[in-house]
Ligand binder design. Structure first.
Ligand code: SAH
Length: 347
């Protein structure tokens, strides 16, 4: 069992059950958010720690390896208590650090260009395992809940967040909690390949974050070729769900669009994007495809990406090209884990 899965109230019950004083619950809560393993919770008595260790894993997730990029970003491999490996990236910006977290071990969405999907879904992460990725990195940077160095979070690592809906919502409630890491929802981005039913459910959670949709093509038929989920939901259904999210949160939504040579980079694609998105409270984030060696799809070059972006902006569709992060450390989703699983990470 994972101690970090427990919320404040469950921790109150836990300490009672172990016959400990009630203030111990607050200590454990702070320790979890400070990224400490049970063994490191030295403000608890040795005997209490031993009892906890009999029932709970020492840590929900620990930093297993880290890879420092020339551009200042760090790619982390985390080891979970059952030995599974997940990955995350930390990016340094002027305002602080943005951390990209995983929500599943592997993924079952099967997108053609994505490395996370190689090997399919292994399992969902629990809310505590998602939270711990941030807590241990914040601690490794020298931070804690009072001095929070990870200021922004993106749910764009391995996995489809809305395919692990309950745990992800539970995580979001935990990470935004004022007594905990207290990361504001407006500093959190959640990226989904477009599970429409879940977007509607999410509208009712009262969490106003940056909803990000992986669009990658304005045509349903083309989208089906690169994203199997497109067989279930049409782009028009996704747009209606986004409108609903905007209605309840007043937050603009974002489309991710990975430019793939010859697949979604033509003037026809531009015109259709314009037709679909004109006047909508949205932004298009253009990504230069990170070529995955197990996959055949190719990226456009920088010039084509910036031209595409300019044309979209000229048409009145707000758009930017995402900066390339950690290309020397296999920054794209699932790439590093995939090579570790194959024993290629001896760097
Ligand atoms: N499952 C979520 C989170 C995925 S990762 C989703 O589908 O949105 C975040 C973004 O990176 C997604 O838009 C995803 O489609 C994109 N992506 C995945 N692999 C990529 C690659 N090799 N190159 C460029 N973008 C990629």
């Amino acid at each position: 069992m994972i101690l970090a899965d427990l919320g404040k109230e469950q921790l109150n019950i836990l300490v009672q059950n172990y016959g400990e004083k009630s203030f111990r619950a607050g200590q454990i809560y702070n320790n979890i958010n400070n990224g400490k393993s049970i063994s490191q919770m030295t403000d608890l008595s040795e005997s209490f720690r031993q009892k906890l260790l009999q029932d709970y894993a020492d840590c929900a997730c620990e930093i297993y390896k880290e890879f420092h990029s020339k551009d200042g970003s760090i790619k982390y491999l985390f080891k979970l208590s059952d030995g599974n490996i997940i990955e995350g990236v930390l990016m340094k910006y002027k305002y602080g650090y943005t951390q990209c977290v995983s929500t599943q071990v592997g993924c079952r969405m099967g997108c053609e260009f994505c490395a996370s999907t190689i090997g399919g879904l292994v399992r969902n992460l629990t809310s505590g395992e998602i939270l711990s990725q941030i807590a241990v990195v914040n601690r490794a940077l020298g931070g804690d809940i009072k001095k929070r160095l990870v200021t922004n979070v993106v749910l764009m690592g391995s996995g489809e967040p809305f395919d692990n809906y309950d745990n992800v919502v539970d995580f979001l409630k935990k990470v935004t909690c004022s007594g905990g890491l207290n990361i504001s929802a407006r500093n959190i981005s959640l990226s989904t390949c477009g599970l429409v039913d879940k977007i509607y459910d999410f509208c009712n959670e009262g969490i106003a974050l940056n909803l990000t949709i992986s669009l990658h093509s304005p045509f349903d038929e083309q989208r089906k070729k690169i994203m199997p989920i497109a067989k279930k939901y049409k782009i028009s259904q996704i747009l209606s769900a986004c409108e609903q999210y905007f209605k309840v949160t007043k937050r603009r939504y974002i489309f991710e669009y990975s430019l793939i040579k010859g697949q979604n980079d033509s003037d026809k694609d531009l015109q259709e994007l314009y037709r679909l998105l004109k006047g909508k409270p949205c932004h298009v984030n253009l990504i230069r495809l990170n070529e995955v060696k197990e996959k055949t799809l190719k990226s456009v070059n920088d010039k084509n990406a910036y031209d595409f972006c300019k044309k979209l902006n000229d048409l009145g569709i707000s758009s930017t090209v995402r900066r390339i992060i950690g290309s020397d450390i296999q920054g794209a989703c699932g790439q590093l884990r995939a090579s570790v699983l194959k024993g290629e990470d001896d760097t």
